[in-house]
Design a protein around this ligand. Structure first.
Ligand code: CS2
Ligand code: MG
Length: 403
């Protein structure tokens, strides 16, 4: 079997996605996701100009060899653009292997470790009453785990807020990046009140999560973790940037609130120290940014040695193809914690027909051979790429901060 075509499809059915379609001389094809929010065309070019020509003529069944060829063979290792491109190839090749074997990918990995994959959704509100209403909305849909984000008194906006009632949270904006003001002081004083309100009204049955989105220093993060302990969070996410992994030692010394990190990571090296020193509880790397199923499986097995569990990033800025691939990995991984499921714009669900499903707080990848997600190319062509950027954050005095 040989690869005959590798085509990149960039579309914007509600938001931008970079999809790779690999075709073979036997008619079998596979689909992969390489979306990198706000830098989509860099990945598209890396694939189109540098990877696709190298794939033609290769045996698509040699997933590991192709992975090593693209990783070691580029000389320039790692980095979000390179790794998103490798991920797209890897997911498409697992899709092809599943179709050849006539098995869903989770069966190739070793079979299901559970009935379904627990997922968490995003509740968001401009103030506490609105956030509580949002919580109730998702709880009534059957979610067992809910991420709570809320507007902060005295701040015009904050991370994780929807732009309008019943709208999903979407950080990217068309045109120039949006600038948002940030006040750590106001945030730190407010967050415990949000979680107190949720626990007081709804008790402790639902898992609660919160995303700090890199806004704090280690000692501030330690204070937040400590102040949230009475509300028993499932996790506190990205409390501080993680380039310096040793920073997390300080947070760990002060709090037993579980920590989740890694949505911006692209290889096992980014999380090596965090895992080895047990500085985190959940690793959030994804199949789309951290080298596909091949590399994520390596991260999962390494994490298992230290009782760190998978908690993959699953925002709407990774395509439904990514969600399919993640769910196969999740269903297999003995050390699954939880999977993020933010939902998708209606148009995206139409462009990507999928076998995965949601039921009462759990998801399943479906049992069709391969990944179980396709792309309707004709429909995708109706939604051309629209330049969009993620926001940036500044402190109230104008200093550029971590968004
Ligand atoms: C977030 C994302 O889902 C999350 O936890 O941190 O919304 C993140 O901001 C986006 O995926 C960035 O593209
Ligand atoms: Mg996050």
């Amino acid at each position: 079997m040989k690869i005959t075509h590798a085509d990149v499809i960039v579309s914007c059915p509600g938001r931008n996605y970079v999809t790779l379609k690999i075709r073979t001389d036997e008619g079998v094809y596979g689909i992969g996701d390489g979306t990198l929010n706000g830098r989509e065309l860099a990945v598209a070019s890396y694939l189109k100009d540098h990877i696709c020509p190298l794939l033609i003529g290769r045996d698509p069944q040699k997933i590991e060899d192709i992975w090593q060829y693209l990783y070691k063979g580029a000389y320039w290792r790692r980095g979000p653009v390179t790794m998103a491109a490798i991920s797209a190839v890897d997911i498409a090749l697992w899709d092809i292997k599943g179709k050849i074997a006539n098995l869903p990918v989770y069966q190739l990995l070793g079979g299901a470790s559970r009935e379904g994959v627990m997922v968490y959704c995003h509740a968001t509100g401009s103030d506490i009453p609105a956030a509580l209403e949002s919580f109730e909305h998702y709880r009534d849909q059957g979610f067992k785990a809910i991420r709570m984000q809320c507007g902060i008194p005295g701040m015009s906006t904050s991370y994780g807020l929807a732009k309008g009632n019943n709208k999903a949270y979407e950080p990217a904006t068309k045109g120039k990046p949006e600038e948002q003001a940030w006040s750590t002081e106001k945030y730190l004083d407010f967050v415990p009140k949000l979680f107190e309100a949720v626990r007081e009204k709804y008790g402790f049955e639902t898992h609660l999560l919160h995303d700090v989105h890199h806004r704090l220093t280690p000692i501030e993060a330690a204070r937040l973790g400590k102040s949230l302990e009475p509300y028993r969070l499932f996790w506190l996410e990205d409390p501080t940037p993680a380039e310096n992994q040793a920073d997390f030692r300080l947070i760990r010394q002060h709090t037993v609130t579980p920590l989740a990190v890694g949505e911006v990571f692209n290889s096992i090296w980014d999380c090596k120290q965090l895992i080895e020193e047990q500085l985190i509880d959940y690793i959030r790397a994804t199949v789309t940014h951290a080298g596909g199923i091949t590399h994520m499986r390596r991260i999962a097995d390494f994490a298992a040695l230290y009782q760190v569990r998978l908690g993959s990033h699953g925002p709407s800025d990774l395509s439904p193809v990514s969600m399919g691939a993640a769910l196969h990995l999740d269903l297999w991984a003995p050390n699954l914690g939880i999977q993020e499921y933010m939902g998708y714009p209606e148009a995206a669900l139409e462009v990507f027909p999928h076998a995965w499903s949601f039921n009462q707080g759990y998801m399943h990848p479906g049992d069709v051979p391969g990944i179980g997600v396709d792309i309707d190319e004709k429909l995708a062509a109706k939604y051309p790429y629209e330049p969009a950027y993620l926001p940036i954050a500044r402190l109230e005095d104008g200093t550029l901060w971590n968004w």
